[in-house]
Write a protein that binds this ligand. Structure first.
Ligand code: MSP
Length: 509
């Protein structure tokens, strides 16, 4: 029986140093994984590397290394970036691992036995950077329309997958499960593409040397996209561990960028249908980040290094900005100026300021102890605000409108800051007759901070954990679960709070 939440990111080509476009995706996956854990679900979060590309083989050769030695050498840097970003993946698969290679071979044998594979001849253009067979009509002056590099003209004997057979079943799928491809703009593109008719897909390359050998004909290597897509299944035990596979598969969300939608929303479900494997619930294609309106690229100098941004905004600031700056699913233009402004207004002056002043007043007026309010029932305005935030946040996460979840949190922090100004504890503190009103106002503000920390934790795990500690709460926020932890009144009167370092230091000029 399956009762969990299985989320995957795309697996990354190992050749490039990751730029912020790549980290945008993995942070989005991590936020979703952390939220589903917070909601008490059994989460499995997979990421990894796509290593069998011809570009990897070429780069290795240039360095006089085997592709395996080259990937082994560059992988630690990739994983280091993920560690810096606090990515809480449960498994990291490399397509060069035996568990993957074996799974791919089993899967292909299954397709072969089922008469979904035949030997044919492929003639036509191929872009090495996309690792994709192109149609003549797509080319621009003989070049790949995406990479603007000349394509190779291939003419070789290949094994083909009968993708054309799956046109009708795929159209039925999009019809019956409209959530299968999201957002809607991508779904519409996919439907039109499939309606126009599908060609069979070449799934092997005769010339390649680095990849998974076709099990019944090892002179061929598996086409790298077929190999790569299968990571989602091989990593959770496809073929080798049927019980484990059944307990995790199918994926709830394959998170990908829009450039690779066809592979995931057309080829992948067709492959699974052919092998009799259940289909994933959703493929969600996020937008692309651009810099100055241009595609990010190392060669054009627009590939911003995540490390530079972490240095300026902290990992939490960067993660927050990714979610809050862009409408998830659409493209977004990335600008450091815009991040500066948002960091200052929403983190330094927003959540950071709320925490520092409420904790400072708790120190001054109640010796740092959480005051006893008249009532801990959810009657006040912030309790109502917190419930509204939790509902909007949850809806945003479940609809993969991640910007909505971040906006809900920000809205609640603003409301809490307004509340503090309205209560004006500094005025109440001068009047001993209003001691209980002071206690009520501060209790409500501290409880709002506790809930802000809880709902901030998927987005800003580091800052949320620090705030949780400053509020004197037991354990770690990462171990807290909804709905209990989200219930108003959880903060115990008398708990010693600890003013600490500022959560979001002001930016330097
Ligand atoms: N290896 C393939 C994916 C195989 S999945 C079975 C691949 N790798 S990639 O390293 O080029 O890209 C990894 C992910 O990053 C993809 O989902 C891609 O869409 C995403 N992005 C690459 N550049 C991006 C931006 N500029 N902005 C946002 N996401 C971007 O494709």
């Amino acid at each position: 029986m399956r009762d969990g939440f299985y989320i995957t990111s795309a697996i990354y080509y190992v050749n490039d140093v990751p730029h912020i476009g790549h980290t945008y995706e993995i942070v989005a996956c991590d936020v979703l994984a952390r939220y589903h854990r917070l909601a008490g679900e059994r989460v499995w979060f997979l990421t990894g590397t796509d290593e069998h590309s011809q570009n990897v083989a070429k780069a290795a050769e240039e360095r006089g290394l085997t592709p395996q030695a080259w990937t082994d050498q560059i992988l630690p840097a990739r994983r280091e970036v993920f560690a810096q970003l606090l990515i809480s993946y449960d498994d990291f698969i490399r397509t060069s691992e035996p568990r993957h290679v074996d799974g791919v071979q089993r899967f292909l044998s299954k397709l072969h036995e089922g008469d979904d594979v035949y030997l044919g001849t492929y003639e036509g253009p191929y872009c090495v950077s996309c690792e994709e067979f192109k149609a003549e009509a797509e080319l621009v002056d003989g070049r790949c329309p995406i990479h603007l590099i000349p394509v190779e003209q291939l003419s070789e004997e290949n094994y083909f997958f009968r993708l054309s057979r799956y046109q009708e079943p795929l159209l039925r799928l999009y019809q019956e499960a409209p959530e299968f491809v999201g957002p809607a703009v991508r779904r519409n593109e996919v439907v039109s593409f499939v309606q126009a008719g599908l060609r069979d897909l070449s799934i092997s390359r005769a010339a390649a040397i680095w990849g998974v050998p076709i099990p019944w004909d090892p002179s061929h290597i598996t086409y790298v996209w077929v190999d790569a897509l299968l990571n989602y299944a091989t990593a959770v035990g496809y073929g080798e561990e049927p019980e484990r596979f059944a307990s995790i598969w199918p994926a709830d969300v394959h998170m990908i960028g829009k450039d690779i939608t066809r592979f995931h929303a057309v080829i992948w479900p067709a492959m699974l249908m052919a092998a009799g494997v259940p289909l994933p619930e959703r493929v969600f294609a996020h937008g692309f980040l651009t810099v100055g309106g241009e595609k990010m690229s190392k060669s054009r100098g627009t590939g911003i290094a995540p490390a530079d941004l972490i240095q300026r905004f902290g990992v939490d600031g960067l993660r927050y900005a990714f979610l809050r700056e862009f409408t998830f699913g659409q493209d977004g233009n990335f600008s450091v100026e815009s991040l500066d402004a948002r960091y200052t207004s929403e983190l330094a002056n927003g959540l950071g300021n709320l925490a520092s002043r409420v904790l400072a007043m708790t120190d001054s007026y109640f010796d740092g102890l959480v005051p006893e309010p008249r009532s801990r029932e959810p009657g006040g305005s912030l309790a109502t605000g917190a419930a509204a935030m939790a509902a909007r946040y949850d809806a945003g996460m479940r609809a993969i409108e991640l910007h909505e979840a971040a906006a809900a949190l920000d809205e609640f922090v603003r409301e809490s800051n307004r509340f503090v100004v309205g209560v004006a504890p500094w005025v109440l503190a001068k009047d001993p007759a209003r001691r209980q009103d002071l206690a009520d106002g501060l209790y409500e503000s501290l409880e709002a901070l506790r809930l802000a920390a809880l709902f901030a934790s998927p987005i800003m795990p580091g800052a949320a954990e620090r705030l949780w500690g400053q509020l004197g709460l037991e354990g770690r926020v990462i171990d807290a679960h909804l709905p209990d932890a989200g219930t108003w009144g959880g903060l115990q009167p008398g708990t010693p709070t600890r003013r600490g370092e500022s959560l979001f230091p002001r930016l330097e000029e």
